[in-house]
Design a protein around this ligand. Structure first.
Ligand SMILES: [Zn+2]
Length: 375
């Protein structure tokens, strides 16, 4: 990797390189090849070299949540109530963006476009448009988007300058040329139109540093730089409104660049890299310190990373997860079950959760006394 994809400065040595020759994607597939990550001290951006196997991953495996219409990721558990991600995204969008009556709203790189669908349910004046690559989502769009407002692989020329808002949920982190992406969005918006998007916030979820298919790991500073360079005024870069994400509101119009301070960012990124360099060793040490049947709490990225780091993964009998949609699935050949269904034979538990929330989440469960690995 030679240059920063945001500010185009030259890059030096990688800040992180995985010690074992495997990498894990955001959908928890284990791919061949090492994850290598660079940090740009000029603009505060962090980026991962795309793996050669990634293209195949997108072509064949990246059918995120297409199993069913209702399938969704668990966002938060409040008491006994489970809040799903799409629901929270709709509420946040309505709070952050003022959509005019009859607003033309494009979900750019939309997947199933569940959030846009939910928005149309709340605001029946909204005129929806959708764009993505690949045919696999069309059956979801047909429910609520007129065919003329659907585009696959290429955006029609007639859409240029027509949109009141362009939405993008968790797309830019996968894009190797974010400058081109943001430029394209700019071209689709009316003057004064809103670009509203969400990307993972690496500073709230350290796993983002080592997720193989996240090419971009944004800081508030690198987002600002990207948007101002493309001709946007940045209205908000919010790290509070959505767990582990940046919620960004920008407006098409000439903005003023701001001075950014990247020193503390660089230090945090270095600390994250150190955390992941030690993580595999900590898992091994726990593995060697005992024996017997084990389970992994969490069937997401951390859980997969732990499983892949084990010398004897056959000791793991199951994954535990609170998300009822996950409980119907199998990960790495092991069933995913609810925490209440933890088999009595299990004596050792690897906690595969974001370390920021692990203690709180575990405290809410009434798990038996077990030997425990904490992330
Ligand atoms: Zn840079």
């Amino acid at each position: 990797m030679e240059a920063c994809c945001i500010c185009q400065s030259n890059l030096a040595k990688p800040v992180y390189e995985s010690s074992a020759p495997f990498s894990i994607t955001s959908l928890c597939q284990v791919l061949e090849g090492r994850t290598r990550v660079w940090h740009c001290e000029e603009c505060g951006h962090t980026q991962t070299a795309p793996l050669p196997t990634l293209e195949k991953f997108y072509a064949e495996d990246y059918h995120i949540l297409t199993a069913s219409e209702g399938e969704d990721q668990l966002y938060e558990v409040r008491g006994s109530e489970k809040i799903f991600r799409t629901e929270h995204q709709i509420a946040t969008l309505l709070e952050k963006v003022n959509l005019p009556v009859n607003a033309r709203v494009l979900d750019y790189g939309c997947g199933k476009a569940s959030t846009l669908k939910g928005l149309c349910g709340r605001r029946d004046d909204v005129v929806p448009f959708v764009f993505d690559v690949g045919e696999q989502y069309r059956r979801f769009w047909n429910d609520f988007v007129p065919t003329a407002n659907q585009a696959i692989n290429e955006v029609p020329v007639r859409w240029a300058g027509q949109m009141d808002a362009v939405l993008s949920f968790f797309a830019l982190e996968h894009v190797t040329d974010p400058r081109a992406f943001v430029c394209a969005v700019h071209g689709l918006l009316k003057e004064g139109g809103a670009f509203y998007f969400l990307v993972p916030n690496i500073f709230a979820n350290t796993a983002d540093l080592v997720v193989a298919d996240h090419v971009n790991h944004f800081s508030a500073q690198s987002l600002q730089r990207l948007l101002v360079d493309a001709g946007f005024i940045v209205r908000q870069i919010n790290g509070e409104a959505h767990n582990s994400a940046w919620v960004v509101v920008a407006e098409k119009g000439e903005g003023v660049g701001v001075e950014t301070e990247t020193k503390s960012i660089s230090q945090s990124v270095q600390e994250m890299a150190a955390y992941w360099n030690e993580f595999g060793d900590r898992v091994s040490a726990f593995e060697k310190a005992g024996s017997g049947a084990a389970a992994i709490y969490g069937s997401g990225f951390y859980g997969t990373f732990i499983h892949a780091s084990l010398e004897q993964p056959e000791a793991v009998v199951c994954f535990l997860d609170q998300n009822p949609h996950r409980q119907q699935q199998v990960l790495l050949g092991k069933p995913i079950v609810s925490p209440e269904a933890l088999p009595e034979t299990v004596q050792r538990l690897y906690v595969g959760l974001n370390p920021r929330v692990a203690q709180t989440e575990l405290a809410a469960e009434s798990l038996p006394e077990l030997e425990m690995f904490l992330p």
